[in-house]
Write a protein that binds this ligand. Sequence first.
Ligand code: NAD
Length: 330
Amino acid sequence: MINYSGKKVLVTGSAGFIGSHLTEELLKAGAKVRAFVRYTSSRDIGLLKKIDKNLLAKVDFYFGDLRDIQSVRDAMKDFDMVFHLGALIGVPYSFFHSHEVIINNIKSTLNILESAKELKTEKIIITSTSEVYGTAEFSPITEKHPLNPQSPYSASKIASDSVAMSYYYALEMPITILRPFNTFGPRQSLRAVIPTIISQALLKDEIELGRIDTKRDFTYIKDTVKGFMLTGLSQDSIGKTINLGTGKTQSIEEIVKTVENILGKKLKIKVSESRMRPGKSEVELLLASYEKAKNILGWSPSFLFEEGLRLTVDYIKNNLDEYNISNYVI
Ligand SMILES: NC(=O)c1ccc[n+]([C@@H]2O[C@H](COP(=O)([O-])OP(=O)(O)OC[C@H]3O[C@@H](n4cnc5c(N)ncnc54)[C@H](O)[C@@H]3O)[C@@H](O)[C@H]2O)c1
């Protein structure tokens, strides 16, 4: 059992997929959690609506924008630790809105680092992504793999990681970069491939997809969150970049087959041009080495892919009204 009692923790991107699960688990582990949520006039709390009501009542909400240093500094004041997950994450979206994605992701990270410097925050966890590696030059991918940006999203994350490391090298700030490979599970939106497959499979017999031969290393959300929580308490992780992945891959076609087995239903795949990534941006294979996470954090994944997929199918089945497949484009 990971114990956060007495810790005051800020989570950015808290209303998002990974952030909402992380917020929930931190609260269960006894942390005082402040959720940084992007301000809108409706004060929408996004996926935090899905967490247990008793836990939700304990969340300390901070509404603002991560691009605004005033908000970030104010939110981080008197907090021991920051898990920085807030980012614009759509790979295809990043081609059509490259200024927005690049400025948002880099500036948000810079604001976290500058505020942490000033406030002497005890631990800063910056969220990277396996997309920074591009198509694998060797597999499994260790943290020493070259960084090959194949999208503005990936470039924004490489730049953010690099800025974070400069604060570690120059100022010895207590920073860790976590690099999750694809994460999946309940609450994930149709932006991601697994909910896209499951929701279509539940509603019809034909599934429209982009490339089906690409392979990814999929970690179940509870394992990813465990990696974040172990990092928050680890002194040995300071100054390190650490992959979180399972060391196994699934092709998109294989996921469809597993969904067929779970649902007991035959599915036809229709490959659609509109769902392809542009140009040469497609990353063919991402397979993680998680040796470093095992050695430094004592982390290893505990969910089998099919087990996580069953839990995700159950969630989408019970919340199908939120998965309107006609909304899915990028
Ligand atoms: N989901 C994955 O498979 C995966 C894999 C690797 C890395 N990551 C990283 O993990 C983090 C979380 O991903 P997710 O899947 O939960 O994404 P998500 O889109 O569900 O959540 C991201 C959250 O960040 C918030 N945000 C973005 N810009 C903001 C701003 N300027 N001010 C305030 N809030 C802002 C969004 O509103 C959203 O709630 C991201 O940094 C992403 O790059 C995700």
